[in-house]
Design a protein around this ligand. Structure first.
Ligand code: AMP
Length: 210
């Protein structure tokens, strides 16, 4: 199954992608995690992406499309995958179609902007494997330490309030049109993000039928 998770930054789509990945045994592919890794390793893609990411802007389409093209060609994607944070523009969605990739379903995790702003301060991400946490809603077992590897659960530099507002604006301008794109193809399901992550998980599994 080839799935896409759509939603504003901080909507919880990364967390839900991890749950569905574990349930369906298909890899979650987060362009944000891959770009952060590229920045950390100082690769060409990382160097060109960093300034955009620091401002909360989208990295140019050709950079992320190239990254995705290489990733979905890998062996572990042959039975499907879950795209988290890609596509983020209609051009990126079009690029997937042009690659001959037929998406089964796009799942939107819908959360109002005011709740996103409230939540972002508590979000933590593993600096090694990219797993998502929240100090109140999904805390790590040991404070500051990832549950899955020996990485540290840290706040992302772009989760500060000014950058969050800019990322939300970018989401509404550039990514929200994808709801219409997948809606018109009859491939969109919307899950209302709940206060409790477990409730969102149940609704997400129901929407996917897994
Ligand atoms: P995320 O972890 O998905 O919130 O992504 C973090 C940042 O990486 C975003 O604010 C963008 O700067 C960049 N990014 C991630 N995915 C994409 C994408 N599909 N297109 C363009 N930029 C992206």
């Amino acid at each position: 199954m080839k799935l896409i998770f759509l939603g504003a930054p901080g909507s919880g789509k990364g967390t839900q992608a991890e749950y569905v990945s574990a349930k369906m045994n298909i890899p979650p592919i987060s362009t944000g995690n891959m770009l952060r890794e590229a920045v950390k390793n100082g690769t060409d893609a990382g160097l060109s992406a960093k300034a955009y990411m620091d401002r909360g802007d989208l990295v140019p389409d050709e950079v992320v499309i190239g990254i995705i093209k290489d990733r979905v060609a890998q062996e572990d994607c042959k039975d499907g995958f879950i795209l988290d944070g890609f596509p983020r523009t209609v051009e990126q969605a079009q690029a997937l179609e042009d690659m001959g990739i037929k998406i089964d379903l796009a799942v939107e995790i819908a959360v109002p902007d005011d709740r996103i702003c409230e939540r972002m301060g508590g979000r933590r991400v593993c600096d090694k494997c990219g797993a998502s946490y929240h100090v109140d809603y999904k805390p790590t077992k040991v404070d500051g330490k990832c549950d899955s590897c020996d990485g540290n659960a840290v706040q992302r530099a772009d989760d500060v309030p000014e950058t969050v507002l800019s990322r939300l604006k970018t989401y509404h301008e550039k990514t929200a049109p994808l709801l219409d794109f997948y809606g018109k193809l009859g491939k969109l399901k919307t899950v209302e993000g709940q206060i409790e992550i477990e409730d969102t998980k149940r609704l997400t599994f129901e929407a996917i039928g897994c």
